[in-house]
Design a protein around this ligand. Structure first.
Ligand code: ATP
Ligand code: MG
Ligand code: MG
Ligand code: MG
Length: 565
């Protein structure tokens, strides 16, 4: 592509509101432009990188047996009502009405859409397993869109969904996707880590995030320095003290409180006011009992606790409330430091102390008349804390270190969360109706572009790895007005192209300094400069990443480039 005819608006100045390197450089080097907060245009160079990344993703997905389709961004609210997420997703879901006042959402992800599709089209076990994927635009009204492409409100995602008749089949596809993801990020040249992730609001169990290691990452990773153990910090608790009173629960009335209960529900069932409910709970984690008290005004803590315990509801309580109902000094309770309190109603909460009501060690039951002092010893629950650097690794191997990461991919065993809600069933070999088992697998494609830029840059600009670079070669004629130089450059622009190399040809009538500065900024792996020695058929070849430069006869140019790429 001739630069004189392209559209590569570079900037000399660092844009004021761009905080991180990738955002600054992608703007300055003419890859992207912002149109609204968290909404970006991919300029021609940005579009080329995007396409390179997408090509790698497609290759690996296809190789793993996934099949590409394309679903709409505009989704009828009915689908989201069927899954329940219309009500639970919150303000991140972009909602709109059509001219007939019908509700729609702009898809933040496509579980509903794909589940409905497969439900309607696949009726028999013979058509399963099935893995479908798309590369498509997503919308999320993020609270804090920032860092350019890293957290957008409109962004590009590769999302895959798999449908199965058995857990084993899901496991198999999950492992294939995990492999495919590792290949994709490796081929992009990234320094990344797969970590155990939070199964949060979607439910389900096995889930891993793929984290690109970077100081500006919003996630913290706890990893072992001596094994493969790595987890999102949200998922890596250390619980050091946990002891339940051996005293059996006495004089307690067992009441049936079927299913998962919020404080309000439990309170109303027991005919007490929610205010009177103790807002703290005991949990059973791997046969250990843990009392969770975290300050409600620390959103991050709430989320951690919620994730930690797979909780579906987090309720808040003031320290005063806790103190009152627990009938003890709140400060003495403190797993996490306790003038702080929260309530977590976990899916698998074992004992919920709610105004003298205690969750039984049995799903769907609570006890009335629990006395915290008598029925368990609060002070013995005092040492719950989250993992820290220097702790022994939970797998017993090595010591925990922390690193920051950018989440570029996420694989997830969904189970029947969507298929059940949306009635995605099939007939098994005996003609019985069975619910499909699902997995979902996302890659933030546009985020990935920024993550690569974040890892591959120096003080002069971007330094694209060859696999995703917008072009292979940046060909520059130092002086476009010099006939000899221009002719040689023109000639080799054609020849390199014919040899299958992708060439950006800076044929602009600009000063050499401007061209070199732009070239460094843009970061194409190989620069070929046609200058003073054009008459001898000698050009300079320079490697962007290492700065290594050499004079090469044009006869050896193609071989030299191939060797360096
Ligand atoms: P995050 O924790 O960063 O908000 P997420 O866990 O909400 O991401 P997923 O629902 O797992 O995101 O979506 C799959 C992938 O889409 C993520 O792994 C990430 O790479 C990408 N992604 C999510 N939100 C954004 C966004 N706002 N901008 C760009 N990419 C995003
Ligand atoms: Mg998010
Ligand atoms: Mg996440
Ligand atoms: Mg995620």
């Amino acid at each position: 592509m001739r630069q004189s005819q392209s559209f590569i608006p570079t900037l000399r100045e660092v844009p004021a509101d761009a905080e991180v390197k990738s955002h600054q450089l992608l703007l300055r080097a003419g890859f992207i432009r912002q149109s609204a907060s968290g909404v970006y245009t991919f300029l021609p160079l940005g579009q080329r990188v995007l396409q390179k990344v997408e090509a790698i993703i497609r290759e690996e997905m296809n190789r793993a047996g996934a099949i590409e389709l394309l679903m709409p961004a505009l989704q009828p609210a009915e689908l989201w009502q069927q899954s329940g997420r219309w009500y639970s997703y919150g303000p991140e879901l972009m909602r709109l009405k059509d001219r007939h006042e019908r509700d729609f959402a702009l898809g933040p992800t496509h579980e509903e859409m794909i589940t409905a599709l497969v439900r309607d089209e696949v009726k028999t076990y013979k058509r399963l397993p099935l893995t479908l994927y798309q590369i498509q635009v997503k919308f999320r009204d993020e609270k804090r869109p920032r860092f350019g492409l890293l957290r957008g409100r409109e962004f590009i995602m590769k999302d895959a969904y798999s449908f199965h008749t058995s857990q084993e089949s899901l496991d198999e596809t999950y492992n294939k996707m995990y492999e495919a993801y590792s290949n994709i990020f490796r081929r992009c040249g990234l320094n990344f880590r797969a970590v155990i992730a939070d199964s949060g609001a979607i439910g389900g169990k096995d889930t891993h995030e793929f984290m690109v290691l970077s100081d500006i990452g919003e996630d913290t990773i706890a990893y072992s320095d001596a094994s493969d153990y790595a987890a999102n910090i949200e998922m890596a608790p250390v619980i050091t003290t946990y002891e339940k009173s051996d005293e059996p629960l006495r004089d307690l009335e067992k009441v049936h409180t079927p299913g998962q209960k919020t404080i309000e529900e439990v309170a109303s069932y027991l005919q007490v006011t929610p205010e009177k409910c103790i807002k703290s709970l005991l949990f059973k984690v791997d046969d250990r009992y843990v009392l969770v008290l975290v300050r409600g005004d620390h959103e991050a803590n709430d989320v951690k606790v919620k994730n930690l315990f797979d909780a579906s509801v987090v309720e808040l309580a003031t320290p005063e409330e806790t103190k009152q109902v627990m009938n003890c000094e709140v400060g003495s309770l403190g797993p996490i430091g306790v003038s702080e309190s929260v309530v977590v109603v976990a899916d698998h909460a074992v004992k919920a102390i709610v105004n003298g009501v205690c969750g039984a060690n049995e799903a769907g039951y609570h006890y009335v008349g629990v006395n915290p002092e008598r029925d368990f010893t609060v002070s013995q629950y005092a040492d719950l804390r989250f993992i820290q650097e220097g702790d022994p690794s939970p797998d017993g191997k090595g010591t925990i270190r922390f690193a920051r990461g950018i989440e570029v991919g996420h694989v997830f065993k969904l189970g029947t969360r969507y298929s059940e809600a949306m009635n995605a069933v099939y007939l098994d070999e005996y003609g019985r109706s069975q619910t499909m088992i699902m997995g979902c697998y996302g890659i933030g494609v546009s985020r990935l572009v920024a993550a690569i830029a974040e890892q591959f840059a120096d003080e002069n600009g971007l330094v694209w790895p060859a696999a995703v670079a917008p072009f292979d070669v940046h060909l520059i004629s130092v002086n476009a007005k010099n006939e000899e130089q221009r002719q040689l450059a023109d000639e080799w622009y054609e020849k390199l192209g014919q040899a299958g190399l992708e060439v950006l040809y800076d044929d602009r009538p600009e000063r050499a300094g401007v061209k070199f500065a732009d070239s460094d900024l843009i970061g194409i792996p190989i620069r070929v400069t046609v200058g003073k020695r054009a008459s001898e058929g000698i050009v300079e070849v320079k490697v962007r990443q290492t700065g290594e430069a050499m004079e090469v006869s044009v006869n050896e140019l193609i071989d030299t480039i191939r060797r360096l790429l």
